[in-house]
Design a protein around this ligand. Sequence first.
Ligand code: UDP
Length: 333
Amino acid sequence: MHILVTGGAGFIGSNLVDLLMAQGHEVTVIDNLLTGKVDNIAHHLENECFHFVNDSILNMNTLERLVRHAELIYHLAAVVGVKYVVQDPLSGIITNVRGTENVLEMAFRYWVRTVIASSSEVYGKSTAVPWHEEGDRLLGPTSVARWSYADSKAIDEYVAFAYARRGLPVSAVRYFNAYGPRLDARGYGSVIARFITQALNGEPLTVYGDGQQTRSFTYVADTVAGTVQAATAADAVGQAFNIGTEREITINELAQLVLRLTGSTSEIAHVPYRTAFGPQFEETRRRLPDTSRAREILNFEARTLLEEGLGKTINWFQEQVSNVFNNTSERHS
Ligand code: UDP
């Protein structure tokens, strides 16, 4: 198949591209490299079945040219990460809402099956855990920029389902804290990247708040497997799916685990939210998916244990450090 992946140079996108290429598909990536990196897809650039377009999904001409030739679209391009969205809410809203409208409009025009990447953030701070796709969403006031990400992703889903009612085969996947190789070391979008980097550098691990908030960290290989299943399962059309693990862990426990697995002697430092994000910040206390729908309709299960996935992720971060070291010493010799 000829498959279009928007945001294919990003963390989840590039892992998805690897899977699709391994399955023998022809893959085109469009990415504006805001948070995506050429390094993530460099190993495919010489492959004639792979095409990379450095452009934005806000550019309708490019998008039309690409969608016209696609048989399937994975739409992952977005401004992601609470920190990024809080820093620059406007570009988040425009990219995530207008960009998705563009992709879906083109998918509808050329009748291409599409999966859009949504987020567990859409549930906001709902206390009705585990969260089911049909459960209520609970968001804070519009003065708190964090929730603009949740609303932008929810609007994306509304638009997708509106097109589904008009016959477009489209589904949404709600990701729960994906992690793994190629996480951005600057920590955009992941506490795991930050903790590993801090642990390997011997710096304190910065736990925000009391550290009793929980997340369900999902290894990226499971995340992309669920994404592909949403594009192929016959009954997936017109629905959203939780793509996550049912193992819940507090951020305090995560910090301890990273210290144990890296063998680091770093300290754990509790940092008030106000210091990290400014005064106007709200947090999701527990984030846990109900995965029954994904299991029943997609045959999806997040199989990777946290310890195993973290081990692979730590190895990857260590390789990056030694690659930088080797390249620097080659230049000096
Ligand atoms: N977090 C933390 N220290 C950091 C970065 C994040 O304690 O250096 C916390 C954050 O407040 C949240 C959790 O870790 O409770 C997950 O944050 P992340 O940015 O990975 O994703 P989120 O779930 O907030 O989208």
